[in-house]
Each structure stands twice: as C-alpha cells, then as structure tokens.
Design a protein around this ligand. Structure first.
Ligand code: ZN
Length: 270
C-alpha cells in the first residue's frame, strides 16, 4: 500500500519548530512520509508545496497565537489552487476556545498540546482512509447509583415529575435498573442486587450519585476496534448486553478523566 504523505508546515512568524519536528518524527515512526516546509511559510507557499508534493494531508503547527488567521488562510489558499480536497489539521499552542472557530473555517481537526502523538497518527490514517467515527447521536441516559430504587422514586416521580418507563434486572451486572424518560434522554437508576455488583463497589467507595453517562452510537463493534487500536482503556473489549437488550460497552474511567462512559448501540427498530 502506498504510504500516507503528510506536509508539516509552520505558517507565520514564530521561530520555534521543536514541536513540529517531534510530530514529524512520530508520524514517520507510524510509516508516513513527512515533508517539512521549514519555518515562516506563507499560506500560499504551504498550499503550493502541498500540491507539488502530492500530500494526503497538511498538518499546521503554530505557537505564535496567530492560528485564527493563519490556519483558515491555508485552507483558502488550497481552495484557490484547486486543492480543497487536501484536508488540513492543526496543532500547537491553541486554546480550546478557538477550536470551534477553526473547525468551522475548514480545519478538519485541532490537536491541543496535550494530544498524544499516537492519537494524531491514528486520526490521520482514519482521515486518509475515510474511516472516521460518526458523531454520537445523543446522551442515551445518565446512570445514577442508588441504594434502593424504591426509596428514591418519590423524588424522581413527584419532585421532578418524571414518569417511570420500565424497571428490569440485568443479571450480568448484578443490578436492578429503573428508567425515567426526560425528553430525548433518560435517567437510569441503578440498584445493586448483590455484593459482587459493580454498583455495590461504587456505592461503597463513593456513595450514591452520578455513576455514568451513556452515549448512543452507531457501529459499536467498529468503534471498539478503533479504541483498541488507539490504546483507549476499555472495561468491555467486546459489547455486552445491557438493559432493554441493547449492546453496550464501558470505557474505563481512566480513559476519560474519571468519568465512566457507556457506549450504547442504536437500535434500528426504534
Ligand atoms: Zn447505563
């Protein structure tokens, strides 16, 4: 297979390229061919180099704080030279506040300084092979650990005024669960059925409270496979059966700064 070609470029005036060189080396370690433009390139020069070198993706690095004008200029220069099909990604010292602006101005993805270089390489491979994640569809539910569903139901039914949709047991997890509908999403109350239940260990360690956030996604198997490739820590490497016979998988809370995320696969028939 032809290897992926990446142009790493530093637009603008800042004179430090250590970060860009580290990324370039990391991408080479992932088998990519990397062309580095050197410092202080104009947007037009970068676009021209991308076309001449026939690259699959352009990676921009900026430490100068001028990314909000420089990155969109490169996107425009590529379009002006008929190469709007070459995707642009960016990194460097970029505050999270600026990411929505850049992504709405044609930059495919911004990697902040904390991004592992492996994640950038995996993203580029997916981008070039057009093998991207679809965005999750909605919050399927928020899971709340309780000692007793019956004891807390009055709050949910009467104080909040939600209606109880279903109560069932999930033997594989040792839990009894109650779902209360709230708009497009649900509250899931989780009560342990025995001492081996993960909910019991949560209650022992942390007490009652928010336990997890469930995100509805398509193609759970493919998503888990990618997570494994990316080294994302998982509790379930293969989908398990959750409430309502849905297919679910939990990410390890260490993958998400202490938050437990559940991926719930969409059901075609709902
Ligand atoms: Zn759940």
């Amino acid at each position: 297979m032809k290897s992926i070609r990446v142009l790493v470029a530093k637009p603008g005036l800042d004179g430090h390229d250590r970060g860009a060189l580290i990324i370039a080396q990391a991408l080479r370690d992932h088998g990519m061919e990397v062309i580095y433009t050197g410092l202080r390139q104009s947007a037009v020069q970068i676009a021209r180099a991308a076309i001449q070198e026939d690259v699959d993706v352009v990676g921009l690095s900026s430490l100068s704080g001028a990314h909000k004008s420089l990155f969109p200029k490169v996107v425009e220069a590529l379009a002006a030279q008929g190469a709007s099909d070459i995707p642009v990604i960016g990194g460097g010292v970029i505050p999270a506040e600026d990411i929505p602006f850049l992504e709405s101005h044609g930059v495919n993805k911004i990697f902040t300084s904390g991004s592992p270089t492996d994640a950038i390489a995996v993203y580029i491979k997916q981008l070039v092979q057009r093998d991207m994640f679809e965005e999750p569809k909605r919050i399927a539910h928020i899971g709340i650990a309780v000692m007793s569903i019956d004891a807390v139901l009055p709050f949910y039914q009467h104080t909040l005024g939600l209606s109880l949709e279903a109560v069932e047991t999930v033997d594989s997890e040792g839990v009894r669960v109650a779902f209360l509908k709230i708009g497009e999403t649900k509250i899931e109350l989780l009560e342990p059925l025995n001492d081996k239940s993960p909910i019991q260990s949560f209650l022992t360690k942390k007490g009652e409270g928010i336990h997890h956030i469930a995100v509805e996604v398509d193609h759970l198997d493919a998503r888990l496979k990618k997570y494994k490739e990316q080294g994302v820590r998982l509790i379930h490497e293969e989908p398990a059966v959750g409430a309502h016979d849905t297919r679910v998988a939990f990410l390890h809370p260490k993958a998400a700064n202490g938050v437990l995320y559940e991926m719930v696969e969409s059901k075609e028939d709902e």
